[in-house]
Ligand binder design. Structure first.
Ligand code: COA
Length: 194
């Protein structure tokens, strides 16, 4: 499988100076698990899983995950989308975690990563994307709804896990499920937001 998907040159004016960064988008390899762990650790409010979990994700679920780096650094991961095709519905890509290094937010990197991921699956059809988010995570909500709008896709939001499901002692917020229909939404479903 082709590991390096594409390089993108990003140019911005920062404090009056022109800043140019080349980003690379790659399918992760097992060794990337530790760098993904570092990114997730510095990306609150994401739940941090074990290093081992990220090694597995970068190995077993590599084809449904993407990492982004600055071309000048072949270790540090500055963007990550980790996901899988749902076992019961392989045409749905479930995005488990998505993060961009604070320094590189606001450059549209998460949408580029998701687009690259959809290209990796071509010609396997991905008809929808699912993800969950906590209502207080405005960045997450805004990113996914903006992505759906850019794709002219309908998005459906539903309950997924309640705070009680996590257990009251955990203090974990509820999780909402957003489903983005990349192909026309079934007519039996109405666009709804709870
Ligand atoms: C979520 C995340 C990946 C978005 O990255 P990003 O580089 O800021 O994304 P984009 O630049 O594409 O922004 C997408 C939209 O979200 C909005 N947005 C970003 N951060 C926001 C915030 N804190 N509050 C409200 N809106 C926000 C942006 O303004 C943008 O909309 P606009 O273009 O209409 O202004 C990033 O904030 C992150 O890594 N957060 C920590 C980890 C996390 O919470 N991941 C999501 C859990 S599923």
């Amino acid at each position: 499988m082709l590991l390096l998907l594409i390089s993108v040159l990003f140019v911005a004016i920062v404090n009056g100076l022109q800043e140019a960064v080349i980003f690379t988008f790659e399918i992760p390899q097992k060794r990337d698990g530790r760098f993904v762990y570092d990114l997730i650790t510095s990306s609150p409010p994401l739940d941090v899983n074990s290093r081992y979990a990220y090694f597995l994700l970068c190995d077993h679920f590599a084809s449904s995950s993407i990492i982004c780096r600055e071309a000048s650094d072949d270790e540090k991961v500055i963007g990550f989308v980790g996901g899988y095709r749902k076992p019961t519905d392989p045409e749905t890509l479930f995005v488990w975690q998505i993060a961009v290094d604070e320094k590189h937010r606001g450059k549209g990197l998460p949408a580029m990563m998701l687009d690259k991921m959809l290209q990796v699956h071509n010609p396997v059809t991905i008809t929808s994307i699912e993800a969950t988010y906590t209502p207080s995570n405005k960045a997450s909500y805004h990113f996914f709804t903006k992505y759906a709008k850019a794709k002219q896709a309908l998005a459906n939001i539903d309950d997924y896990l309640s705070a009680d499901d996590f257990g009251s002692s955990t203090g974990h917020e509820e999780e909402k499920l957003i489903k983005i229909f990349l192909t026309p939404m079934p007519t039996t479903m109405k666009n709804k937001e709870k």
